[in-house]
Design a protein around this ligand. Structure first.
Ligand code: CA
Ligand code: CA
Length: 89
């Protein structure tokens, strides 16, 4: 999970912005990921809504995800779920 976070945190400053999420999604996905989808993912993962996803938020977001159908569908529409589970740990 730390590796996945580091992968998403492209500039290594300890948190993921929507910009970085967009970059990683467009890098791993053949299809363009809609900005509205990324907005939903940010809302789901950024639990204190400061515009940054910290590792704790990132980890917590994926742990609670199965309980939250709207977040699950947002994440399913992004590039993240398959790559998270397939990522080498
Ligand atoms: Ca970053
Ligand atoms: Ca946050």
């Amino acid at each position: 999970m730390v590796q996945v976070f580091d992968l998403c945190d492209r500039d290594g400053n300890g948190y993921i912005t929507k910009e970085e999420l967009s970059q990683i999604c467009n890098q791993v996905s053949d299809e363009e990921v809609a900005s509205s989808v990324l907005d939903n993912v940010m809302v789901c993962l950024d639990s204190n809504h400061d515009g940054h996803i910290t590792f704790d938020e990132f980890k917590a977001g994926f742990e609670v995800r199965p309980c939250d159908s709207s977040c699950e569908s947002a994440l399913n529409n992004s590039c993240l779920p398959a790559d998270i589970s397939a990522a080498p740990s």
